[in-house]
Design a protein around this ligand. Structure first.
Ligand code: COS
Length: 383
């Protein structure tokens, strides 16, 4: 749902200009320094980018899902590290509180997340629990008016920068599966939290992940999201339904950028006496990419509209995430191919994007997990 097309156009144009004039020129710097420059972070704050999806009553812009994906199409046109920095506050780090938190929890955290004063992370994955999220081992044992948390969370995006973590932990050891899991809001300053070394990743330099280790961390009992035990896994799944649509939109933006760069290259690069864009075998790669991006864009918009209508879009979100992220990798591969040797060296952005977008098919649920979600929903609906 687009509430007011004119307002959305202004925001889209502003952010698109910011991407073109500020972010794209700084991509190489981010890749080399492995950090988002402070002045860029400050500009992102001024533009309200940390609170795009947080409702206006908590000082955010309150974008609907359709509005959000339109913005993410734009943000996808530059290094994913920029989007990652604001991504947790707009997505997996805030949505649990927004969807299932108490009014007090929302009042306390959401305005700070919307302004960017506080960064958030989503702590689900563990060393022994990735795709099988319900098998997580981190424990939360009730002790008076606190819970005591012990365990290790892995690959946590923005963990080094975050001031607050949404942590999924097992409050009922008798229930081995999802029903024993609760979601907690844990302040970084709580004694007993340490961070692992930053992960050395294949790509997305500037976006940081590391382990978050909890050793006898005492969390006030009223920091359970929504004040209810045993529903943390469901909160996490709802968070991911939305997150998956966001990543699908990001994949569309990234693929559009790679194809734009590649079309330009193909029209300039001459071989056999003419631009390589004139050759039909190159044209086939350009055309396949264009059509697949278009298909993905339509899927993302359709799923976003359905979510705005209040429908359950678990299937559509997984379809869009699976299709768009796989599409993005195919486009990256073709774009490297069209660049030829130049695509394999870091002088051109495509070499970096090829590595950066590889993560899209893995995080927030692998392609194989999306297939499982889709097929299971199909079978359940047919029963
Ligand atoms: N919304 C609300 N509730 C949901 C849900 C959703 N999208 N998906 C599942 N649930 C509920 C189920 O209805 C079920 O509730 P009941 O016990 O009341 O019936 C409960 O959650 C458990 O669901 P399920 O039985 O499907 O859980 P599984 O252990 O089989 O796991 C998968 C399901 C594999 C889909 C899940 O573990 C998953 O998404 N894994 C990937 C994790 C991931 O994306 N990690 C990325 C890291 S975070 S960046």
């Amino acid at each position: 749902m687009i509430r007011d097309p004119e307002t959305l156009n202004i925001l889209t144009d502003t952010l698109s200009q910011f991407v073109d004039e500020v972010l794209i020129p700084r991509e190489q710097e981010v890749a080399e320094t492995d950090a988002i420059p402070q002045d860029v972070i400050d500009q992102m704050k001024e533009l309200g980018m940390f609170g795009l999806t947080i409702p206006e009553e908590y000082d955010g812009l309150g974008l609907t899902m359709e509005e959000e994906v339109n913005i993410v199409f734009q943000l996808g046109r530059t290094s994913p590290a920029f989007r990652s920095y604001i991504g947790t506050n707009n997505g997996i780090g805030s949505i649990g509180i927004l969807l299932d938190g108490t009014e007090e929890q929302k009042q306390h955290y959401l305005p700070k997340l919307a302004s960017g004063e506080l960064l958030s992370s989503f702590c689900l994955t563990e060393p022994d629990s990735g795709s099988d999220a319900a098998s997580l081992k981190t424990t939360a044992v009730r002790d008076g008016d606190h819970y005591v948390l012990n365990g290790t969370k892995r690959f946590i995006t923005n963990a080094p920068e975050a001031g607050v973590y949404t942590v999924m932990a097992r409050t009922n050891p008798e229930i081995k599966g999802s029903g024993g899991i609760s979601a907690f809001i844990v302040d970084r300053s709580t004694p007993g939290i340490t961070l692992g070394k930053p992960d050395q990743k294949m790509g997305q330099k500037g976006a940081h992940t590391c382990d978050v280790i909890f050793e006898n961390v005492r969390v006030p009992a009223d920091h359970i999201i929504g004040g209810v035990e045993g529903v943390g896994f469901k909160t996490a799944m709802k968070v991911l339904d939305k997150g998956r649509l966001h990543i699908a939109a990001l994949s569309v933006g990234a693929a559009e950028r790679m194809l734009d760069d590649t079309l330009k290259y193909a029209m300039e690069r001459k071989q056999f006496g003419q631009p390589i864009a004139n050759f039909q075998l190159v044209q086939a790669m350009l055309a396949d990419s264009k059509a697949e991006i278009y298909a993905s864009r339509c899927m993302v918009l359709d799923a976003a509209r359905k979510r705005d209508e209040g429908l359950n879009v678990s299937t559509e979100a997984s379809c869009a995430k699976m299709f768009a992220t796989e599409m993005c990798s195919r486009v990256a591969d073709r774009c490297v191919q069209i660049h030829g040797g130049a695509g394999y060296v870091s002088e051109y952005a495509i070499e970096r994007f090829y590595r950066d977008v590889r993560l899209f098919r893995i995080y927030e649920g692998t392609t194989q997990i999306q297939q499982i979600v889709i097929a299971r929903n199909m079978i359940r609906d047919a029963e």
